[in-house]
Design a protein around this ligand. Structure first.
Ligand code: ATP
Ligand code: MG
Length: 486
């Protein structure tokens, strides 16, 4: 605390006393920092990148904080656009890399969404349409770009119902720091002298690998319950442990996640499960009681399932995804949703089989039922739910191992995803491993050998689609029938 002004003073860790070197910092981030500094502004790296550099891992992105206003930043960089509705921030683009430049904010400007989001849960919403939820300082999920008429900074704007649309109250670094979530995320690296400014004991917490909230934990979680998920994400990603004080409120506050807009939870879902540490994130979320608010039907299924196949399938599916991420291969949320929802979908499909529905129809309808519930928590866009339904409804087709239609199945656009899912089912005890083996062997054969194996007459030319036969529907609703069931 500065005795004159009463303002908090940081501990300044000199360059000689910390390991962060400019050689680890992206050249583009350095360009931004230096240009701001040369124009007379303060410029810092802030947030996750400083934390990651301190522990020697490569940051995902580099965020800059400055006392320059967004408009000042825009004037300095030609390759810059302002985004955000509530808070304006500058995105400075270098090819594929975007350096985000945020102006320090004063206390009135929360880092996270204010709880004035009309209690939108998106229950009846088409999840393809983002729920209009502003995220943290990283702009809003709508990717709003400020129009020229909005170019005045430091103002406030409300909509007709009094909801705060924009509250650009800019401030100083010693105001900016308190709205950040965890001490490890509130470190500022100065380009002036390469020191790290620490107002909150963050350097010690990073050294001790501890996740600790800034301020009163319960208050900070109530302000933004997603911080609970963020704590677990950093625990899984960095191997830090969540300080007891930051863990204690989970039990009573977990249910607040039920009120977070589904589009925002979709975003968190992807950060938790598609970034290479998904299996650990899943185990930790369950251990902390934070999985059930995200996937209520799955959590209930896992509680009651006698044989553990759905649990084994989720863990195997996440391990597989983590491996793919490590190898730099593509991953899709669609597949992971299939993995996560497999348990409740199977149970709902079973009820339909028992009342006589053909398997693919039963499965497709079960998917629709489960997805409708799931959308109240994590909004699954149709671009994911539709292919997911298809891949699940294709599973019974693996039981047919003779005839031309087998070859048609191999050429199906969703075959590969369906086959990967078959392997998971076999691996976790939800399918006879012999069936998976048979398909794996088939895939290793030449087209000629494949035709022989399935007993197709040789008249079928390579690459030629098998003749489609119309089959009479038995009971299934037309729109519920999986498109692949020819
Ligand atoms: P990652 O390595 O995943 O990018 P990160 O710490 O950089 O982690 P971001 O989501 O990129 O996380 O956010 C950047 C910074 O913004 C954080 O380090 C934190 O200081 C602040 N922040 C982000 N979200 C919140 C939030 N919900 N509440 C408070 N502060 C937040
Ligand atoms: Mg970040």
């Amino acid at each position: 605390m500065d005795p004159q002004s009463g303002a908090p003073t940081p501990v300044i860790v000199a360059r000689a006393d910390h390991p962060v070197s400019r050689s680890q910092i992206s050249g583009n981030a350095l360009k931004v920092l230096y240009r701001l500094k040369d124009a007379g502004y303060q410029a810092f790296l802030v947030g996750g990148c400083v934390r990651d550099l301190l522990i020697g891992i490569e940051p995902k992105d580099f965020d800059v904080a400055t006392d320059a206003s967004p408009e000042d930043v825009r004037r300095l960089f030609r390759n810059c656009r302002l985004i955000g509705r509530r808070f304006r921030l500058a995105h400075v683009r270098f090819g594929w890399q975007v350096i985000e430049v945020a102006t320090f904010r004063a206390a009135g400007a929360p880092m996270a969404p204010e709880p004035d989001l009309d209690g939108v849960t998106g229950e009846d919403e088409e999840p393809d349409v983002d729920a209009g939820v502003p995220l943290d300082e990283h702009g809003d999920v709508n990717g709003n770009v400020a129009g020229p008429d909005e170019a005045d900074a430091g103002d406030r704007a409300h909509d007709e119902r009094g909801r705060l649309l924009r509250d650009n109250v800019y401030g100083t670094i010693d105001q900016d720091v308190w709205r950040r979530d965890f001490t490890c995320n509130a470190l500022y690296y100065s380009i002036e002298d390469f020191s790290i400014w620490d107002y909150v004991g963050g350097v010690d917490d990073v050294r001790a690998r501890t996740i600790r909230l800034i301020g009163d934990p319960e208050t900070r979680y109530r302000e933004d319950p997603v911080r609970m998920l963020r704590a677990v994400r950093f625990e899984a990603k960095l191997g830090f442990s969540i300080h007891e004080s930051a863990r204690a409120p989970f039990a009573t506050l977990a249910e607040l996640l039920g009120h977070i807009p589904p589009a925002r939870l979709l975003d968190e879902f992807q950060k938790l499960f598609l970034a290479g540490f998904g299996q650990r994130a899943f185990d930790l979320l369950r251990a902390h009681g934070l999985f059930a608010p995200l996937f209520p039907a799955t959590a209930a299924h896992l509680e009651s399932e006698p044989d553990g196949t759905a649990l084994a399938l989720i863990r195997a599916g996440l391990a597989d995804t983590d491996r793919r991420v490590a190898e730099g291969r593509a991953v899709t949320p669609m597949f992971l949703f299939a993995v996560m929802l497999f348990g409740p979908v199977s149970a709902a499909a079973q009820r339909r089989f028992e009342s006589g529905a053909p398997p693919p129809v039963a499965i497709a309808e079960a998917v629709d039922e489960v997805v409708a519930q799931q959308n109240r928590r994590i909004g699954i866009p149709k671009r994911f739910s539709i292919p997911m339904r298809e891949l699940l409804a294709l599973q019974p087709r693996f039981h047919r191992r003779e005839g031309r239609r087998v070859l048609g199945f191999l050429a199906h656009p969703r075959f590969r995803a369906a086959y990967d899912f078959l392997l998971l089912r076999a691996q976790s005890g939800a399918e006879d491993p012999e069936i998976a083996r048979w398909w794996t062997e088939l895939l290793a054969l030449s087209p000629e050998q494949q035709r022989e194996r399935v007993g197709t007459d040789a008249g079928q030319g390579e690459g030629q689609a098998p003749r489609r036969r119309r089959r009479r529907r038995r009971g299934g609703r037309r729109d519920a029938a999986p498109p692949a069931e020819s």
